[in-house]
Design a protein around this ligand. Structure first.
Ligand SMILES: [Zn+2]
Ligand SMILES: [Zn+2]
Length: 383
């Protein structure tokens, strides 16, 4: 099952290139790196080194760089304070916003609302590309890396799989790094983490299903095994029952003791079966850990479409952007999960934008319950 969204060599190559290295692929699974002075200093690596992602290939100039390696852990140094955030400027192609506006409705599928385009402006904005490492543990282990692109103007998110090679050619070091407050950065990280969680869950669907199937199979086996034991006891129990006498007449005392012992044994079997099932559930329980590794701020200028979303008598101003990296209009965000699926529904009270999947999980057959309003109410109740 292909769970690693971008291969580790690709991701590491991308991160190193963004820190000024020249990286070249060697064979199927190696990288030749000419490190920038910054990388030599922060990682403590030779200027020229070869990376190997298969254990046992380490040599004089070859460093093992898989997830469990010192090299991988040393990348952490790129992500603390000075290194954790790299800023680049993206050269953006000239586009004709009026042409893009014509297809805007396709990118904004609203099930219960309409929108009106008010105006178009070109604005300087920064996208944030956040790299994540995830580990999914159950009876099996999967790990991998991927990146999430966040547009802080409207919190639209996208999973990036193959854009980076392309990106490296189009970026320049940022002349001036635009400042961003800690609160804004926290919000971007929170949203990217929520989106990443949804993305990993989507990617692990097959894995989760297969674990559920194996759990059911094992539980069934445990039941069958203990049923056979219980059946055996039932048979012995029957034999100890007084034969040919009145049912009400008490069994002899020796028999009574044996029957009592059988009953105790039966109870022990029930308890043991319960533990075995609990053990299986714990063994197959899925634990997902998702950690952000680094943030790349991509400064650019984009056409911004100022729209008004209209639901019944209410309206809400919103912005939609053309994404020069993805060469398409950014999808609307889902303000509940930030990893939208399907069309969008607008809530009655606050005109929150909610995706199909989030509605499915939060609504009865007739009433749509807005999960964003619900979460806000919950937060207020707690205060
Ligand atoms: Zn959603
Ligand atoms: Zn709402």
């Amino acid at each position: 099952m292909a769970l690693i969204m971008r291969s580790l060599p690709e991701v590491i190559a991308g991160i190193l290139e963004l820190h000024g290295a020249v990286v070249e692929k060697v064979g199927a699974d190696g990288l030749d790196v000419i490190a920038s002075p910054e990388l030599v200093r922060l990682l403590g690596v030779p200027e020229y080194h070869r990376l190997s992602f298969v254990g046992g290939n380490e040599g004089k100039n070859s460093l093992y760089a898989s997830y469990d390696s010192d090299y991988f852990r040393s990348l952490e140094h790129l992500f603390n304070d000075r290194g954790r955030r790299a800023a680049v400027a993206l050269l953006h192609p000239t586009v004709r916003p009026e042409r893009i506006a014509e297809t805007l409705a396709d990118r904004i599928p609203l099930t219960n609302a309409t929108f009106r385009l008010e105006r178009i402006e070109e604005l300087a904005i920064s996208y944030f590309l956040i790299y994540f490492h995830f580990v999914a543990l159950s009876d099996d282990r999967h790990d991998g890396m991927f990146s999430v692109l966040v547009n802080p103007l409207n919190f639209s998110t996208a999973l990036l799989e193959h854009v980076l090679e392309d990106l490296v050619e189009k970026i320049r070091p940022a002349a001036v790094v635009e400042e961003i407050s800690a609160a804004e950065m926290m919000k971007i990280l929170k949203i990217s983490h929520m989106a990443a969680t949804g993305m990993v869950r989507d990617r692990l669907t097959d894995f989760i299903r297969s674990a559920e199937r194996r759990l059911n199979r094992d539980v069934k086996r445990v039941y069958e095994y203990y049923e056979t034991l219980k059946e055996e006891i039932r048979r012995r129990f029957q034999k100890k029952m007084p034969q040919g006498k009145e049912v009400s007449s008490p069994p002899e005392s020796a028999n009574r003791e044996e029957m009592e012992a059988l009953r105790t044994r039966q109870e022990a079997i029930d308890a043991e079966r319960q533990w075995k099932v609990q053990d299986l559930i714990a063994k197959y329980a899925l634990r997902i850990k998702i950690d952000p590794l680094c943030v790349i701020q991509i400064q650019t200028a984009v056409p911004v479409f100022f729209i008004t979303i209209k639901r019944r008598l209410s309206s809400r101003p919103f912005t939609v952007t053309y994404n020069p990296l993805l060469k398409r209009v950014d999808a609307l965000p889902c303000e509940s999960c930030f990893h939208p699926s399907g069309a969008y529904t607008i809530c009655d009270d606050k005109l929150h934008i909610v995706c199909n999947r989030c509605i499915g999980a939060n609504s009865t057959s007739r009433k749509f319950l807005c999960p964003v309003c619900g979460a806000n109410r919950g937060a207020k109740d707690k205060v």
